[in-house]
Design a protein around this ligand. Sequence first.
Ligand code: ADP
Length: 187
Amino acid sequence: MRIILFGPPGAGKGTQAKLIEKEFNIPQLSTGDMFRAAIRNQTELGKKVKNILDSGQLVPDETVVELVEEALNDEKYVNGYILDGFPRTVPQARAFDERLKRNGRKLNAFLSLEVPDEELMKRILSRAEGRSDDTPEKVKVRLEVYNEETAPVLNFYKQKGVFQEINGLGTVDEIFERIKTVLNKTR
Ligand code: ADP
């Protein structure tokens, strides 16, 4: 199964992606995790994106698309994957769509985790992961960037007939149950 897990910062994409990974045995690919690992390991990519992540802005499309294209060539993704944090702009969505077409593949589900803004801010500020972009000012920037650049991706997928809305309020388990119900129907 090829799944996109979509939603604003703090919606719980990472948490749910890991649960889906375990239950359905599909590997997760998180662009945010990849960037943070690159920064930690001080690679060329890490040096290039550090200030961008710190500011809460988006990494340029070209860089992200290249990274994901290359990562998805790994054999472990041949039978499917869960994308977390990608695509995050309409140009990224188009590039990914092209790739699927080129490979004769289809997306099985686009899961949109729906959580109101006030709740997002609360969740991010109460999680203690020590992320440099988890301060009130940076979260505000990330939510603005989401509304301006990322939310339009929703319409792109609504037109494709794979769009599924998931209520992202409740306990982790409750939300995961909703996701399972949807995925079991699309299998
Ligand atoms: P969150 O969803 O909580 O903002 P992520 O880990 O998905 O966290 O992303 C953290 C940061 O990594 C983003 O603010 C952005 O700078 C960068 N990033 C991750 N994925 C992308 C992407 N697809 N396009 C551009 N930038 C990205």
